[in-house]
Design a protein. Structure first.
Lengths: 108, 106, 529
């Protein structure tokens, strides 16, 4: 996380919503309510929410849910999704079996 | 259901008709097509049940990215059936949670 | 380590076009794609493309795919399939997972053309089997020959939703409704009209409340939304359905460029910042196609070529003059596409009320998916004339002009700007060849003869469904809204190789119906509605 965030902002209490039980991260089965609650617990970045809840850490590695998670966090914070920093992008960009990593081949 | 005749696509370039099993049941499919396509053609929509809520999941992206269609294929779990080519005699099983390798069960 | 002058990541329209352009300058090119087949989204596109001849207009997407692939291979491009590029490193090299092992390739230049993935919109029940992406439905139908379901609700009225909706009908599925939270149809009006005339209803300002079912979708509930997308109580509507297709936008797959350290900007998603030559903020790293900004396949092919030219110049395979010439040619080509109400700069605008020429846009088209009977008469492609003549129901400025070239006797005029509305020239005598009807990618052209015999006239329409009606069949004529308005007798069915699977169906209807009837259904099919 390279950007400094002002955490003194008051974002209000967590107010339950009727759609809190909708699954957002399909791989890890994390709901909208869990993500929203996490923000109100003080987790204000994509990276923190990901590490706490595991949304974006399942088999698809955030391919499906990242954009929606971003929108939800931003909405709770009262900011635009573009203002939120993405999680660090690290290789490998797709899940690869460890056995394959052990099989490095030189091609000439 | 398979599309028998399409107004635009003249042929689908399918391989030979072969047999495979899904949860022990013998089914037919075309060699080389994605396992998920063969399952859908046989009316099978549920590929797995999730770990936490035991919710049924099926095809979602069909392009190998969402991993919702994973099943146990030939004893190996978490195989993306929408991008895995069907082979004669393949054993496909509904995956429960994260799956367990056949070897570990024994 | 194996070295290429150019590594292209992604073998879709942008990637293949970049590879071809680079190979032509003499560069050694390696293309890497994670899928088992090359062509990206092209092979799923069974409809005819828009644009002009230079943009391969009126050619079906998958045929463009074959052309590109053949040309790339003929030029000696190495196409690596089932090859996942898992990282881009400094100095320029890529790490690839292929054949069950990891290999590194050194690159003088890299073009990232990884495209985009589908957006999702969560609602209650969206994780049930039966809810899938519109692209997923396309893959199942057009690549694998399997219907994704029987009764479909399409969420999203952008071009993807409209095009896939029509393809679902062609695959023999039933599309129960097209639903969109916005108040206007997002994609081309002609795509919406193709659906509406078959009877598919549009529900704008509506969204999905929930998908119902125990272990797969059995029903869908939609409801009206306000301008803040909140559901309005009491507006729920229930549909029996087993499938929901999500066509809610695309998200550039730019992780590799982010990993490599490119400066990123927001352009309909996170994309690497590129200059007009396709260069990112990392020297030698270029981006093209949807990953650089969501547009169409036609634009992707051009931006791919521009990026390749930039790479070729950077490595000295072409000189400054060759680069300028190549760039200018491609730039003017893409400018033709980036005009009109669907141009990238106009995306999302709700305030456009007139065409460039000043004709009022059809409100009914935007709100319901079809032009009304009164509105249709105001457009220059719709005229009344003695004898058979084309009626062109193209009412928005879309970059497209194959109809002009199709007519060999000069009945149809668009002019230099390909977004101009087509005009029918009453001075020229139509010879009823039908080429304009077949060639229109929007299936918006009809041949009408208002009085062929006492009290009856004929309408010739494009028809791309099975079973194909036979001469002598008696069925019903449907209007633009998909409503049955009269009996229709099939008097001619033309299927020619040059029409590329667009059959020409001529029906005889009462004279007062020739300006209404735009679709035909056999009596049996109409009865089951």
């Amino acid at each position: 996380m390279s950007e400094i965030m002002d955490r003194s902002k008051d974002i209000g209490e967590f107010i339950p919503r009727p759609d809190d039980d909708v699954i957002i991260c399909r791989c890890e089965e994390i709901t909208r309510g869990e993500i929203r609650k996490a923000v109100h617990m003080g987790l204000w970045t994509m990276t923190e929410v990901k590490r706490y809840l595991r949304c974006g850490m399942g088999l698809c590695q955030g391919q499906t849910c990242s954009k929606t998670v971003k929108v939800i966090i931003a909405s709770e914070l009262g900011i635009k999704p573009q203002e939120l920093e993405e999680c660090t992008a690290r290789p490998p960009v797709r899940p690869i079996e460890l056995g394959i990593f052990g099989n490095e081949v030189e091609k000439l | 259901m398979r599309i028998k005749e399409h107004p635009i696509i003249d042929s689908y370039d399918k391989g030979a008709l072969i047999e495979f099993t899904c949860d022990g049941k013998k089914l037919n499919g075309y060699e080389g097509e994605p396992v998920a396509a063969a399952l859908e053609a046989n009316g099978i929509k549920i590929h797995r049940y999730t770990r936490k809520r035991h919710s049924p999941r099926g095809i979602f992206c069909a392009i190998g990215r969402c991993t919702d269609c994973v099943m146990e294929v030939d004893g190996k779990p978490n195989v993306r059936t929408c991008v895995t080519p069907l082979k004669a005699g393949m054993t496909v099983k509904t995956q429960y949670g994260d799956g367990q390798r056949e070897a570990e069960k024994e | 380590m194996r070295r290429y002058n150019l590594c292209v990541i992604g073998a879709g329209p942008a990637g293949l076009s970049a590879a071809i352009e680079a190979a032509k300058t003499g560069m050694s090119v390696g293309v890497f794609d994670e899928n088992q087949k090359a062509g990206g989204q092209l092979f799923k596109q069974i409809h005819k493309f828009f644009g002009s001849r230079e943009h391969k207009a009126s050619i079906r997407g998958f045929n463009i795919g074959y052309e590109l692939l053949t040309e790339a291979k003929a030029l000696g491009v190495d196409v690596h399939l089932d090859s996942v590029v898992i990282g881009i490193y400094d100095p320029l090299r890529i790490t690839v997972c292929e054949d069950g092992c990891i290999t590194n390739y050194a690159a003088d230049n890299i073009v990232v053309a990884t495209g985009a993935s589908e957006n999702t919109v969560p609602f209650e029940g969206w994780d049930l089997p039966g809810v899938l992406g519109a692209g997923a439905a396309q893959t199942m139908m057009n690549l694998h020959g399997v219907q994704p379901g029987e009764k479909i609700i399409m969420l999203g009225s952008g071009n993807v939703g409209l095009v896939v909706g029509f393809q679902l009908l062609q695959a023999g599925c039933k599309v129960e409704a097209v639903v969109d939270a916005l108040p206007h149809v997002g994609g081309y009006g002609v795509h919406a009209s193709k659906l509406a005339r078959t009877g598919v209803p549009f529900y704008l300002s509506h969204s999905i409340v929930r998908a119902e079912g125990e272990d797969h979708v059995t029903g869908v509930v939609i409801a009206q939304v306000d301008s803040h997308f909140n559901f309005l109580p009491g507006t729920e509507k229930h549909f029996d359905a087993d499938t929901v297709c999500l066509a809610v936008g695309l998200n550039p797959m730019s992780q590799l460029t982010r990993m490599a350290g490119c400066e990123m900007v927001n352009k309909g998603g996170l994309v690497p910042k590129t200059d007009k030559y396709g260069a990112t903020t990392i020297d030698g790293l270029f981006a093209a196609g949807d990953v650089a900004g969501i547009e169409e396949a036609s634009s992707a092919m051009i931006t791919g070529r521009i990026a390749a030219l930039s790479a070729a110049k950077r490595s000295g395979f072409i000189d400054e003059k060759q680069f300028e010439d190549g760039y200018n040619e491609n730039h003017s080509s893409i400018l033709k596409l980036r005009k009109g109400m669907f141009a990238p700069e106009n995306r999302g605008r709700m305030d456009i009320t007139k065409t460039d020429e000043g004709y009022p846009l059809s409100v009914s088209l935007l709100e319901n998916g079809f032009v009304s009977d009164t509105e249709i008469r105001t457009f220059p492609g719709v005229i009344s004339e003695e004898g058979v003549h084309p009626v062109i129901e193209c009412t928005q400025n879309i970059p497209c002009d194959p109809c002009q070239e199709a007519c060999r006797v000069g009945c149809i005029k668009i002019g230099e700007g390909i977004t101009s509305l087509p005009q029918v020239n009453a001075d020229k005598k139509c010879v009823n060849c039908g080429r304009c009807v077949a060639v229109c990618p929007g299936q918006a052209i009809f041949l009408v003869d208002e009085e062929t015999e006492n009290g009856f006239g004929t309408v010739t329409m494009p028809y791309e469904f099975l079973p194909l009606p036979q001469k002598g069949d008696i069925g019903v004529g449907l209007d633009r809204a998909g409503k049955a308005v009269c009996t229709a007798e099939v008097t001619d069915v033309k299927s020619r190789k040059e029409f590329d699977h667009t059959n020409l169906l001529t029906v005889k209807v009462p004279s007062e119906m020739v300006m209404k009837v735009r679709f035909y259904k056999g009596k049996e099919a109409a009865k089951h509605e």
